[in-house]
Design a protein around this ligand. Structure first.
Ligand SMILES: Nc1ncnc2c1ncn2[C@@H]1O[C@H](COP(=O)(O)OP(=O)(O)OP(=O)(O)O)[C@@H](O)[C@H]1O
Ligand SMILES: [Mg+2]
Length: 265
C-alpha cells in the first residue's frame, strides 16, 4: 500500500473563481479514515466553497480529488453521495413543514403497494427514524414533530442524523454548532465522536475554536482562499490558532512580521 492509498480524501490544487473573486486558489486537503479535521479561517476564507467541492455542490475550475486513492469527478451531490461523501450545509436544508421522520427519509420514504399504487408506510418510517436517532444518541421526544417546532440543536441533530443515515465514509459539517446552547453544542460534539469512532472521517468547519480541541485530531487553516497552515491538535493551542487565522491582517499592521504560509501542506 502506497502512502496515498491511506488517505480517505486527497484534494490537490483545487481552484475556484467566481467572476473576479478567487474563492479557492490551489488548495489542498487530506483526510484519513476516522480522522476529525477542523477546517478554520475567517469569514470568506473559502471553507464552505472547499467543502462544497468535496460534496459535489460546487465544481472546481482546477484540481483533483481522490477518495480511497481513486480519482473522482463530482458534478452533483448525488455523485458525492454515491462515493459516500455527505455534507451538512450551513443552512441545514431541512423541510420545516415536514415532520422529523419525513425529513430523515426525504426522497427515500418506505412505501408499500395497494393495487400497484405506492403508499407511504408511515409506521415503518417512524419506527426506522426512532431506531436511527437512538443509534446516534440523538434525543428527540417524538418523530411526528414538525421540524419547524424543534430547537436549533434538535434541528442540527436531524440534519446530521439524515447525513449519517446514508452510511457516509466522509461527513462534512459546516458550522454545526453556530447559535447553539451549551448542552446542544455538547450533543453535536458527542455525535462527531460517535461517528468518527465508527471510522467515519469528519470535516468540522467552526468558528468556535474551543470545540476544535474537544473533537479534532488535526486542523487546517485557510486565509483568503489559500492554505495557511496545518497542525496536529496536540501540538497547538488556541492562541496559535487565532494567530494563524488572523495572522496576515495583524502582520500587515505590524509592518512586515512574517507569517507562516503553505506550511506542511
Ligand atoms: N456562489 C458564489 N458566487 C460568488 N461568490 C461566491 C460564491 N460562493 C462563495 N463566494 C465567495 O467566495 C469566498 C469564499 O466564500 P466561502 O463561503 O467559501 O467562505 P467561508 O470560509 O465559508 O466563510 P464563512 O466563515 O463566512 O462561512 C467569499 O468571498 C464568497 O463571497
Ligand atoms: Mg462558510
Amino acid at each position: 500500500m502506497t502512502n496515498a492509498d491511506t488517505y480517505r480524501v486527497r484534494m490537490t490544487g483545487i481552484s475556484k473563481r467566481y467572476g473576479t473573486m478567487q474563492s479557492l486558489d490551489n488548495v489542498s486537503l487530506t483526510l484519513k479514515p476516522g480522522e476529525v479535521l477542523g477546517l478554520v479561517g475567517d469569514n470568506g476564507a473559502g471553507k464552505s466553497t472547499l467543502s462544497k467541492v468535496l460534496s459535489g455542490a460546487v465544481i472546481p475550475d482546477l484540481g483533483t480529488i481522490e477518495i480511497d486513492g481513486k480519482p473522482v469527478s463530482f458534478t452533483s451531490p448525488a455523485d458525492a453521495r454515491a462515493a459516500h461523501v455527505e455534507m451538512v450545509y450551513q443552512d441545514l436544508s431541512l423541510c420545516d413543514t415536514v415532520d422529523v421522520a419525513g425529513n430523515l427519509f426525504l426522497g427515500r420514504e418506505p412505501k408499500w403497494k395497494l393495487a400497484g399504487i405506492p403508499i407511504l408506510d408511515k409506521k415503518t418510517m417512524h419506527e426506522r427514524a426512532r431506531h436511527m436517532l437512538e443509534g446516534l444518541g440523538i434525543v428527540i421526544p417524538d418523530t411526528h414533530l414538525k421540524v419547524e417546532n424543534l430547537s436549533g440543536g434538535q434541528r442540527q441533530s436531524i440534519a446530521i442524523g439524515r447525513a449519517a443515515s446514508f452510511n457516509p465514509s466522509v461527513l462534512i459539517m459546516d458550522e454545526p454548532t453556530a447559535a447553539l446552547a451549551v448542552a446542544e453544542v455538547e450533543a453535536v460534539l458527542e455525535l462527531i465522536r460517535t461517528v468518527s469512532a465508527r471510522g467515519v472521517s469528519v470535516i468540522l468547519i467552526t468558528h468556535r475554536l474551543q470545540d476544535l480541541f474537544l473533537v479534532c485530531d488535526r486542523i487546517q487553516v485557510m486565509y483568503e482562499g489559500q492554505n495557511v497552515a496545518e497542525r496536529c491538535i496536540a501540538e497547538t493551542n488556541i492562541e496559535e490558532v487565532v494567530n494563524l487565522i488572523v495572522g496576515r491582517k495583524f502582520s500587515a499592521r505590524s509592518a512586515g512580521q512574517s507569517i507562516e504560509r503553505g506550511a506542511s501542506i
